[in-house]
Every structure is written in C-alpha cells, then in structure tokens.
Design a protein around this ligand. Sequence first.
Ligand code: PEP
Length: 252
Amino acid sequence: MLVAGNWKMHTDRDEALRLAAEVVRRTEPEARAVDVAVCPPFVWLDAVRERLHGSRVALGAQNVHPAASGAFTGEVAPPMLAALGCRYVIVGHSERRQHFGESDAFVGEKVRAVMGAGMVPILCVGETLAERDAGEAEAVVRRQLDGALDGVTLDEAEALVVAYEPVWAIGTGRTATPEQAQAVHAFIRERLGARFGAAGRGVRLLYGGSVKPDNAADLFAQPDLDGGLIGGASLDAEAFAAIVRAAQQTGA
Ligand code: PEP
C-alpha cells in the first residue's frame, strides 16, 4: 500500500514544516507496513526534505517539466527534483490537464522523463462527470493511459504508480463508491498487464477523490486498490494519519 498526500498550492513555510513533522510523528508505526509520501509545493521541498530526514516518509513533487534543462522560464526539471531527494512526482493531475491544458502526449513525456531521472511517476487518470454519465469512463481512462505510457518500458512494477482520480470526486466531498473505484481499477490493472506483463499487473493503483478517514477503509478493502492519493485530508496530519492507518489495517 502507498498513501501519498498532495498538498497542492497550500501551506506557508512554517505550516509545511509543522505538517511534515506531524506526519512523521503520527505515521511512524504504520510507515513500516505502508509506504507514505508527501508532495509539498516546489518551494518547500528542500525544507520539508530536511524535516523528513531519517523517517520513512518519502518526498514527492506535484509536477515537473519533461526537459532535463533549457529555456523554460518558471519550470522545474526532473534532475532538479531528483537532486532534492524526491522519490515520487505526480504527473497528469486533472487540475494540470484542466487549467493548464496538458495533453496525454505531454503527460507521457513527463512520465518518461521522471523515470529517466530515477524517480517514480504517480500518473493520474480519470474521467469528468459528463464523461461518466455518457458511459465513457473506461474509454477516457484507456486513452489517458495509452497516451501517457506510449514509449514507456516497464521492467519492474515499482517504477510506476497510477492514480485513478475521477474528476467529479476531487475536492467535491463526493467519493466514488468502493465498487465504482474497484471496477475502474480492475480495468486499469488488466490494461497494464496486457501492455507490460507481470510488471504491469504489479503496478500500484491508488484511488484519489475525497478520501477521508471515514471512507478510506471501505475503499482500500477493494482488491485492486493499493492505496490513495489524498488532497484535502492530507493537510490535516491527524486525518492523513488515520487514512494511513486504514491502509495498514486493510493491507495487512
Ligand atoms: C487530489 O487532488 O489528488 C485529490 C484526491 O484531492 P481531494 O482528496 O481533496 O479530493
């Protein structure tokens, strides 16, 4: 199981350091059995890294540019994140697709670049409400997966994480039912298996979308849910730790 917190564009420096320290303190026992990660804003990565030092909580970034360096004002390159000690990088989050027009092909470039820099992409996929209502959820997820994994080779399952995040469930308080999530996760598992064999079938599949302490256990009990990508609840160390505990209990 893996539980990763996406802090988005929240926290000032003091809050970020406090939150990181609290996450370490509150998840210490569970982090032996569950992989835990936090993804702060870029500007706090270095400071948070120091706060996580010596703990089992890993560091992740929320975005990246695919080029290794160059004239891309305001962007951050994969080797820079690797040098800061990032293990994970979220790519293709629906907010990036929605507000910054990121295409499947561009997300695919990021996936390859992150892997090339020795980090693990957390590739986000998921349909909008209109797409779900039109019966297109699987087709959308298939298109996003195929587009983002074009040209990717996968030798080991640990090199990739996929997060299913239905857009209608992100930050809305509306969660996919465990059955809805499981159905899409099974579809993703099968697709990754067909594409990459055993390594693909072993890829960790996270669910994201209004996961809270009171719904985490039911979601994580589904056979193809290997953890969660947590937005809002990851800003509250107590709630985040309760979600990690749910992962530890259901994954045990
Ligand atoms: C997210 O943005 O990745 C997310 C899952 O957010 P929330 O938990 O707030 O729905």
